[in-house]
Ligand binder design. Structure first.
Ligand code: 4NP
Length: 169
């Protein structure tokens, strides 16, 4: 029997630029390490502005240039996510407030809420900047931040849930 998966939800505002990228990068790293099957990985936005839309083509292109696939459709964060996921990893303080608002209406929230850059070796504690209204350089910077952070987040989760990923890590 396989162990319960470690569930991780990445959250930004629109769920088209940063959080689908984080989802794709995290999945890519987990696959490279042979532990993809230990995880249930998804992403969402605190807003429904882009619900149903594919990831922003600039996030897709930047990730593809590094051999990483970014896909899926935007959806809005919902209260049930707070009950279902082990970890909800947000990009900035606004996202954190949005997730906390949803959690505050629940008596049985399970998810731990964290900022992705808690696992960044550079600029820890800052948000992942919103690249939506900027140029390609912003997307490359976001990609660097997300790659650095997801690599260490993966280490962290494998250590936190050793019994859920036998043979992995
Ligand atoms: P994301 O970027 O939160 O990283 O997906 C944004 C996408 C869309 C908007 C803002 C940020 N928007 O205002 O439509």
């Amino acid at each position: 029997m396989s162990a319960e998966r470690i569930s991780v939800l990445f959250v930004c505002l629109g769920n088209i630029c940063r959080s689908p990228l984080a989802e794709g990068v995290f999945r890519h790293f987990a696959r490279e390490r042979g532990v993809e099957d230990c995880f249930d990985i998804d992403s969402a936005g605190t807003s429904g502005y882009h619900a149903g839309d594919p990831p922003d083509s600039r996030s897709v292109a930047t990730a593809r240039s590094r051999g990483i696939r970014v896909e899926g459709r935007s959806r809005q964060l919902r209260a049930a996510d707070l009950q279902r996921f082990d970890y909800i990893v947000v990009m900035d303080d606004d996202n954190l407030r949005g997730a906390e608002r949803l959690a505050s209406g629940l008596t049985d929230a399970r998810a731990q809420l964290h900022l992705l850059r808690e696992w960044d070796t550079q600029g820890t504690g800052l948000g992942v900047p919103d690249p939506y209204s900027g140029g390609a350089q912003g997307f490359a910077e976001v990609q660097d931040i997300v790659e650095r952070s997801c690599d260490r987040l993966l280490d962290h989760l494998l250590r936190e849930y050793p019994t859920r990923c036998r043979g992995g890590g």
